[in-house]
Design a protein around this ligand. Sequence first.
Ligand SMILES: Cc1cc2nc3c(=O)[nH]c(=O)nc-3n(C[C@H](O)[C@H](O)[C@H](O)COP(=O)(O)OP(=O)(O)OC[C@H]3O[C@@H](n4cnc5c(N)ncnc54)[C@H](O)[C@@H]3O)c2cc1C
Length: 534
Amino acid sequence: MNTSNIPVLIIGAGPTGLMAAAQLERFGISYRIIEKRKGTTKFSKALGVQARTMEIYEQMGLVEKAIAQGTPAKKLQIMVKGQYVQTMPLSEAGAGFTAFPYLFILEQSRNEELLLDYIEAKGGRVEFQTEMTSFEVKGNQTRVGIQHADGSLETIQADWVIAADGGRSPVRKALNIPFKGDTYKNIFYVVDTDVAWSKDHHSLHINLADNNFTAFFPIIDKKGTRYRLVGILPEHYSEKKDIEFDDIKNEIKRVQNLDLELGDANWFSIYKVHHRCIDRFKEGAVFFAGDSAHVHSPAGGQGMNTGLQDAYNLVWKLALVVQGKAKESLLDSYHTERWVIANQLVNTTDRVFSNVVRKGRLINWFRLNIVPFLISRLMGVKKIQQRAFKMVSQTGIRYSNSPIAVSATYLSKKAPHPGDRLPYVKVFDSTTGELKNLYHLLGEQGFHAVFWWRNNDKTEIQDAAVIETYLKENYTTVVQTHNLYDQTENSSAFQKLDLKNSTLYLVRPDNYIGYIGKVDDLDALKAYLELIFI
Ligand SMILES: Cc1cc2nc3c(=O)[nH]c(=O)nc-3n(C[C@H](O)[C@H](O)[C@H](O)COP(=O)(O)OP(=O)(O)OC[C@H]3O[C@@H](n4cnc5c(N)ncnc54)[C@H](O)[C@@H]3O)c2cc1C
């Protein structure tokens, strides 16, 4: 049997594994990725691509391809028994927070293809029809047995393993790691079908009915009639085997009191929803990412996006460690940062979802009569609208508890703090003379030291020059420097960031703020860099 030694092995090529591989390609790290399926998924599965994922796609140069294949959902329309009671504009709530103020609809199958194309264009390869058959950890060594499509066996010894092997994760099972949580009693159906009705195809529609609901997500197609429907399977079908869409079609119309015609099923499936999370995202040299680490209800369209962002958060850290530039302790921040997010997500979706599916006359009355009214009142308040957008779009995710989020200066409540995503601001680009999204100005990779200049204090400028020289001499391959001045074109950025004094941001490769300090405080900056780099 063949034995190979490699730095990184990814197990599973769903969206999470593919994102991990794509990021490793970006950072030029050698790896292998194995997947037991023949290719990417043929099913639409996850549909909602959140704004934060679009920002990542943009950084990877993929966003235009994504936009060409999908459609933004700009409104959420709520119906009660077929009658509209509330319309929520998604784009207004997100305006100013991101370049993508909407929920983007693009099937999981297309997201997977997008990432696979990226990997292949960079010269990488996914080893399809290759299954992990055994997994053991001995001391510092991880030995993974795999079987190729032709039946041949191989053992891979990997320094690091990314377990992106889905909700049933064989790696998690091999390591005996509990997947704590529960399974909801209800059975759900999901179907992709044509809907003949008079409603707008660029909106999400949710219809609330007696002890049930149907969500309609638009899917892009030539006729503009295709939707993904999700709802609760009528109870009397729960024991029935081999249910088909035709069995429940009329029932959906009747229970939901909807005036529509449903076409044939392009994809139909029934499933139970789980809400579970592991306690540790890192176990020695093994990282869990995506559904192998957390599963929850598809309500809110968070699952695929969270997996993509797990991989995105992990890989820049892993790349620096594999390249021998960063300390191994940097990798612990993957668990600290992502576990909190996943755990919160599992709990929040559980609370919302339990109330949506709970049975009973009182709760049913409350859902149909009070909830739409409450949503309407709450969403009328701009601040609440914005908060909801930030939460659902994942642009509001903060890593405040991270060991690599450090502040060395006073920051107002309004100002962003270390551990926050770098806010979406436009700044003056002196090379083109135009206003530019700061993310674009920072460019593709690495850390960025951004000096925000509030005044022309000569001593500060001299001391900052010492910092620039220090960075050039010691961190030239990992930190780039940028200077931004308080001129008219930048006034809205300075206001948004509440910059009262000249300030230095150290922005991480994932566009999160790692450090904020004074522009002339070399000691504090040194201490921060020594926390991360060798
Ligand atoms: C009906 C439905 C609707 C959804 N809607 C949304 C939505 O709108 N938005 C959203 O964000 N999420 C949604 N989700 C959730 C989303 O599909 C998952 O969160 C996402 O697929 C997780 O990706 P993953 O890569 O972590 O895991 P998976 O997609 O499960 O990938 C794991 C991969 O590992 C492979 N694998 C497993 N064992 C082995 C082995 N031994 N050897 C080799 N390979 C192996 C599997 O074949 C699989 O390809 C939805 C899910 C469903 C079912």
